[in-house]
Design a binder for this molecule. Structure first.
Ligand code: DGJ
Length: 784
């Protein structure tokens, strides 16, 4: 709901209020973002900044307003030159480098739903039953410039989105040097900033620090949203207050947090000004990407759940919106580049037999691509590897009752390729300068229409031919040597944004041309996990790292901003290809199940027990898929803490069923009791609680097997290997009937873990990196 009374704008969702007011000078003073206020007009004076005194050396707005110090005001946007000395959200250079600006409110309108905008950028969507939009127009006091601040309130998600638009109404060009999508000024209090940082194979590890006076920047300059610093951030306080911010954008972004000398905290998000400038022609307009804000008094879990609801309902669109995602097999770690039709079909057959629904052919099927040095850009099948072509392979896969998926990396070109020979100038490089290189490859200039037209035609033909049901869109290097022959680019500060606009244009055309295809975006794993990509592609490959321990950190961090339905999670082989860590097959599944499940290993090489384990994993996943992809997810114990344990829960919306992951990092000797305390239950209900039955590899017991075996078994020997493939133990028997209150307030003390002193059918054998999934089922007491 949005309303305006006198000077006050009131934006409210189911549980939150966002208030700001027009000052006597026409600026917008931010007053409040927090829990729902049922009567906000009562409190306007209490919330506003008091300004009866002069402040030392500060600059007053003007002589008519000698105590209005913009630098000590919480504002909805900010400019330079009128006394606000913090980082500003709007920075435009006009005549001879001048940058002083002053925007004053002129008008506003409140619109039902969310009108489509004109920017070529992806954005959230909703109709008048789910959202309302406020557009405020501001005018620069002495220049022919206008600014629109747009707010859309998504009541059902407790989310408000924001964007800014600059209009040049004059006759001279101006240069936009920075335009934040949103600025939020609050009292500094004791906010901590949470960011998600990392690199390849360790994406989005959660980091938290207190915010002290000064400036903190979370950004990307790589050209993509990056694994270095994800655009999603949170501000949180110990009392549970939490504000989340994210950006619907896939390029260079910046989130700036400044704590000022006057005890205020300013948070901004938007395109990174460090790599951006835009020449705005007369009568033209420039629109920022959309920022997404949420508030919860229930900490990061509450704020994350708001984001999850928002993304599932207002970002992801089309056929796969809110639809259960298929379990897939990907041949990458099973074969890398070394495959042929027979190998792939064997893999597909085994997969179909185990219940897998989608076969994905990864890198290496095209041109002369037998390693990563060649052929990017030549999207035609390699007949040596696939004599029946993509169509033949796809037909066989479809005959097995599976969907067929294909990997592509369209934004790239190899020097060793037909495409490069034909169009060397399509590659991003500066004439006369030797370009830097990443993974032996270079980037195509997607800011150019002819490059996009070529890709659209080439990819569409291939995808039709291959009758694809799924596309994995990869992107394995980031930008360098910025230069474009695109005549539209007036200064190269525009390049990164124009590239992103070009990418979105291509994705828009392709996803419209293939509306039923499930798209998964990928960038060397999760190097471009953002809301922009999710507007086109319903899921994202979370990380190349599928190690069960690392994934606790990676999925935990990712889940803060993004729902489980968007997180590709695969079970791969052990030792893991990225960490060489050995983890149990069941442990790998239990973690991967909290996402969109896939397998990425050569299952044709697995023996009886392992295949049976996978078969029952898949059956379990399918039986609980809607819960695991769309349930309410809560992080109970964090991997990213000193705790040796990690606990996650996913609950159905009516709380009748929950799945709870209990994981440990290391096995402790002679351990104390493990406790399962879950607050996300129905307090008035009674639940049956029991662990998913899983196999225990007898190899875990090592030499101890000799205590019970009639024949000697050497650790690591053939006998041990053979027995382990043929026989395994069932996991412990454990079963409770408990009240919701008991689980939420007290917790369940679980069976003892193996501690070196004995073993029976009740003993929980987890080992290093071990885990269990506990099933909570609400009992209908009346029918019993
Ligand atoms: C990087 C991706 O993250 C992997 O899953 C795989 O598709 C490779 N690229 C293929 O080159």
């Amino acid at each position: 709901m949005i309303s305006k009374k006198d000077r006050l704008f009131n934006l409210s969702t189911k549980h939150t209020s966002y208030l700001f007011a027009i000052t006597e000078t026409g600026h917008l003073e931010h007053l409040y973002y927090g829990r729902l206020l049922s009567n906000p007009t009562l409190s306007i004076d209490a919330l506003a900044e008091k300004r009866s005194l002069n402040i030392g050396t500060s600059t007053a707005y003007d002589s008519d307003n000698p105590t209005l110090y913009l630098t000590n005001l919480c504002m909805e946007y900010s400019t330079m030159g009128k006394g606000d000395y913090r980082e500003c959200s709007v920075n435009i250079e006009y005549s001879r480098g001048m940058q002083t600006l002053d925007f004053i409110v002129k008008s506003f309108r409140i619109l039902p739903g969310k009108p489509r905008t004109f920017s070529g950028l992806p954005e959230s969507y909703g109709d008048k039953s789910t959202c309302t939009t406020l557009e405020i127009t501001l005018k620069e006091t002495s220049l022919p410039l206008r600014m629109a601040l747009t707010y859309t309130v998504f009541e059902d998600s407790d989310v408000i989105t924001r964007r800014a638009t600059i209009y040049n109404d004059g006759t001279n060009s101006v240069r936009i040097k920075g335009l934040a999508s949103a600025q939020l000024d609050l009292d500094a209090d004791d906010w901590n900033l949470v960011t998600f940082d990392g690199a390849w194979a360790r994406e989005r590890y959660m980091n938290e620090r207190p915010m002290l006076p000064g400036i903190y920047i979370n950004d990307s300059k790589t050209g993509v949203s990056s694994a270095d610093h994800n655009p999603c951030i949170f501000l949180k306080k110990d009392d549970g207050e939490c504000i989340g911010m994210n950006l619907v954008y896939s390029g260079n972004h910046r989130e700036l947090v400044e704590v000022s000398p006057y005890g205020k905290i300013r948070v901004m998000t938007g395109i990174n000004p460090a790599t951006f400038s835009w020449d705005l022609s007369p009568q033209d307009r420039f629109q920022s990407p959309e920022a997404v804000l949420t508030y919860s008094h229930q900490g990061m879990n509450g704020a994350s759940q708001n984001f999850h609801h928002f993304i599932n309902n207002h970002i992801v669109r089309g056929t796969w919106k809110l639809r259960e995602r298929p379990v897939l097999i990907n041949n990458w770690e099973a074969t890398y580049f070394n495959f042929n039709e027979d190998k792939l079909l064997n893999l597909a057959k085994e997969s179909a037999d185990l219940g897998i629904e989608l076969f994905v052919l990864d890198d290496g099927w095209f041109g002369l691509r037998n390693d990563d040095t060649t052929s990017l850009g030549d999207w035609t099948v390699n007949p040596k590897k696939l004599p029946s072509g993509l169509a033949g392979l796809s037909l066989e896969v479809h005959r097995l009752g599976m969907m067929f998926g294909l990997w592509v990396e369209p934004e790239m070109v190899s020097i060793e390729s037909q495409l490069y020979k034909k169009h060397p100038d399509w590659m991003i490089a500066i004439p006369g300068r030797r370009p830097s290189v990443g993974r032996n490859q270079y980037i195509l200039d997607l800011s150019r229409q002819e490059v996009r037209d070529h890709l659209f035609k080439n990819l569409s033909e291939t995808w039709h031919l291959a009758d694809v049901n799924y596309i994995k869109w990869d992107m394995n290097r980031v930008f360098s040597d910025i230069y474009s022959a695109n005549a539209e680019i007036r200064n190269h500060g525009e390049f990164f944004h124009r590239y992103v606009l070009g990418l979105y244009d291509l994705l828009d055309r392709l996803t419209k041309a293939f509306p039923n295809v499930l798209f998964e975006s990928c960038a060397s794993g999760g190097n471009r996990f953002d809301l922009g990509m999710l507007c086109y592609m319903s899921q994202t490959w979370t990380s190349d790292n599928t190690d069960a321990l690392c994934r606790l950190y990676i999925q935990e961090g990712t889940s803060c901003g993004y729902p489980l339905s968007t997180m590709g999670s695969h079970v791969s082989t052990s030792p893991n290809h990225q960490t060489l860590r050995r983890t149990d097959l069941e442990a790998r599944f239990n973690v991967a199940a909290f996402g969109v499940l896939g397998y990425e290993l050569d299952i044709t090489k697995l023996k009886g027990q392992q295949k049976e384990a996978i078969r029952s994993q898949i059956a379990f996943y399918k039986a609980h898929r809607s819960l695991l992809q769309y349930g309410n997810f809560t992080r109970i114990k964090l991997a990213n803490s000193h705790s040796n344990q990690v606990v996650w829960a996913v609950a159905s919306h009516d709380k009748s069923e929950l799945l709870v992951l209990f994981a440990q990092k290391l096995n402790l000797p002679n351990p104390g009791a493990d406790k399962l305390r879950v607050e996300a239950v129905d307090l008035n209900a009674v639940y049956e609680v029991f662990p998913r039955q899983q196999k225990i590899d007898i190899k875990m017991f090592g030499d101890l097997l000799n205590r019970v075996s009639p024949v000697p078994i050497t650790e690591g020997g053939l006998a041990q290997d053979t027995i382990s493939k043929a026989i395994s133990l069932e996991s412990e028997i454990e079963h409770y009937r408990v009240s919701g209150e008991q689980v939420a307030y007290g917790g369940i003390k679980l069976n003892q873990q193996f501690g070196g002193t004995g073993y029976d059918a009740m003993t929980r054998v987890l080992g290093d990196f071990g885990n269990r999934i506990y099933i909570f089922k609400k009992i209908n007491l009346e029918s019993k």
